[in-house]
Design a protein around this ligand. Structure first.
Ligand code: ATP
Length: 166
């Protein structure tokens, strides 16, 4: 099972609908400073149900909405969808494709969707934990942490690798 695409709309620096397609293996996002590379990673963390301002680089829930700029007005709605390819059938659900999405209207509570059906946040978070994507699972390591990990002691690094490998 692998993450095949990330679809964003209205999220942080992506006011227009954007689809980032990923092949199996390693994908690299390249761009100048401040061009929005980390916002793509933030989008994955957000869609996976994170509520932590520190993980999302957003103080308030509405801060993930495009705030306006470059002559464009702010957006009042955002959506991020993660599309997992499960053609191999080794994922936790019997679908060849798994769609996980999160939506937010400004000032609203937000909504979580699994294959386009509304679900509770906890259901989505538990499903993603089965896939190895979730808080504390080291599936996403932020920029600042790379240096911290490289500088850590061998036994600490081993602990992290073992946790990440499940
Ligand atoms: P670096 O290489 O410096 O780490 P980066 O390519 O990872 O940068 P990001 O941190 O992803 O860049 O993006 C920062 C940009 O996103 C800034 O220009 C910032 O203004 C913009 N941005 C962040 N949140 C929002 C928002 N809610 N609305 C509009 N723009 C936003």
């Amino acid at each position: 099972m692998h993450l095949r695409a990330i679809k964003l709309r209205g999220f942080k620096s992506f006011p227009d609908p954007v689809e980032v397609r990923l092949e199996p293996g390693v994908a690299v996002v390249v761009g100048p400073n401040g061009s929005g590379k980390s916002n793509v990673a933030d989008a994955i963390v957000w869609a996976a149900g994170s509520l932590a301002p520190s993980e999302l680089r957003a103080e308030k829930p509405d801060d993930v909405l495009f705030a306006g700029g470059g002559g464009r007005a702010a957006e009042d709605f955002c959506e991020v969808e993660l599309l997992f390819d499960n053609a191999d059938g080794d994922g936790p659900l019997p679908y060849s494709e798994l769609s996980v999405a999160r939506r937010l209207h400004r000032g609203g509570e937000g909504q979580y969707l699994l294959n386009r059906t509304s679900v509770r946040r906890i259901d989505l978070v538990e499903l993603l934990a089965d896939l190895g994507l979730g808080g504390g699972m080291h599936s996403i390591i932020g920029q600042g942490r790379v240096e911290e990990i490289l500088a850590s002691k061998a036994d600490q690094r081993r602990e992290l690798l073992e946790e990440a490998a499940g």
